[in-house]
Design a protein around this ligand. Structure first.
Ligand SMILES: NC(=O)c1ccc[n+]([C@@H]2O[C@H](COP(=O)([O-])OP(=O)(O)OC[C@H]3O[C@@H](n4cnc5c(N)ncnc54)[C@H](OP(=O)(O)O)[C@@H]3O)[C@@H](O)[C@H]2O)c1
Length: 325
């Protein structure tokens, strides 16, 4: 197949390009060129913020176009200007209107679509993805809409999925400080598993909307697995949510934070979803241990400040605050 990836130079788009190459497809990546495209692909410079920005890739009929955008205007222009036999659009679980129930399926209510063309900030992320989904669904070719869960493995620049394996591998004391919520539901999908399935979906022209997450697993099991891949016998030490809040430590992401967990009952099932339709349609996910080992390898290469979790000084300060309380 002749596949166009709108993007192809960041975490998932790059992995999709590489997966498509491995399957013998011809791959073109189209982006502004902030980072290089994978070797073996053709790269075309485009700026999707320009109204005719996609004209360099609008001169032929593609077998599949993969889009990772968050901006409805970019997606609208792609659907208007490109000719393809199939669309694959990378969406997110953030489209759902509520996260107060376990393992929701694709027919659960979603947010109202963003009305503008541009997602101004991350507070509009879910609504923007809903609008993008609607635009792609209305295109005159079959479309796979892929609602991804948290992506892990090599290239996770957010640092969320690699924090705990990295912290167990590089402890600052006698224990690793973790959220006091071992049953919190987590799911991590390895970027290469999601990429392989995206190429599979395009190849088979799967027409529909699919959750795509890793298997649901409790946070306590993620932490145990993180310690195992780090070959660490340091204990996990749960820290009550009230202590974390008092110390200004966020949940889920960012710095300082304790990631992969949310202290809000309305968001308890945010990270997980029913991905059985995707599994029936060919999604295969590797064991969590392998995913976290790859995330750790990536974290070990990181230079500069970590984008998620606690720095050494922050973890020591939290331990001191626990001792003082
Ligand atoms: N990370 C997660 O855990 C997670 C979870 C759920 C869903 N998702 C979804 O998964 C996808 C991740 O995709 P990703 O990692 O490949 O993408 P990404 O980090 O969103 O990168 C965007 C890509 O689009 C290109 N781009 C950005 N602005 C552009 C413009 N104006 N014109 C042309 N190209 C432009 C970028 O290259 P240039 O900068 O060079 O232009 C880059 O290749 C996203 O759809 C995200 O919403 C992620």
């Amino acid at each position: 197949m002749d596949i166009l990836i709108l993007g192809g130079t960041a975490l998932l788009g790059r992995a999709i390009a590489e997966a498509a190459l491995r399957s013998g497809h011809t791959v073109t990546c189209a982006a502004r060129g902030t980072a290089p495209a994978p070797e073996g692909t053709s790269f075309v410079t485009v700026d999707r913020d320009d109204d005719d920005g996609l004209s360099p890739v609008a001169d032929r009929i593609w077998d599949a176009v993969v889009d990772v955008s968050r901006h409805p205007g970019q997606v609208r222009r792609a659907v208007r200007d490109l000719r393809t036999r199939h669309w694959a659009f990378i969406s997110s679980l953030n489209v759902y209107a509520a996260f107060d129930r376990r393992e929701q399926s694709e027919d659960s209510p979603v947010l109202a679509p963003l009305s503008g063309d541009v997602m101004e900030d991350m507070s509009a992320y879910g609504a923007a993805k809903v609008a993008c989904e609607d635009i792609v669904r209305a295109a005159d070719a079959p479309a796979t809409i892929i609602r991804s869960g948290l992506i892990s493995g090599p290239g996770d620049t957010s640092g969320r999925s690699g924090y705990y394996p990295w912290r167990f591998a590089h402890p600052t004391g006698a224990d690793v400080l973790v959220p006091d919520d071992p049953t919190f539901p987590c799911a991590l999908i390895h970027v290469d598993d999601l990429a392989e399935w995206t190429v599979h979906a395009a190849t088979h022209r799967l027409d529909g909307t699919f959750n795509a997450t890793g298997p649901t697993v409790a946070l306590g099991d993620v932490l145990t697995t993180a310690a195992r891949v780090a070959h660490s016998d340091v204990a996990a030490r749960p820290v009550p949510a009230a202590v974390l809040a008092a110390q200004g430590i966020s949940a889920w992401m960012g710095s300082p934070s304790l990631p992969l967990w949310i202290d809000d009952p309305e968001w308890r099932f945010f990270a997980t979803a029913d991905s059985s339709a995707a599994i029936r349609a060919g999604l295969r996910t590797r064991p969590l241990e392998d995913t976290l080992a790859d995330a750790l390898a990536f974290e070990n290469l990181r230079t500069g400040p970590r984008p998620a979790g606690l720095s050494d000084d922050e973890e020591r300060a939290l331990r001191a605050a626990l001792a003082a309380s």
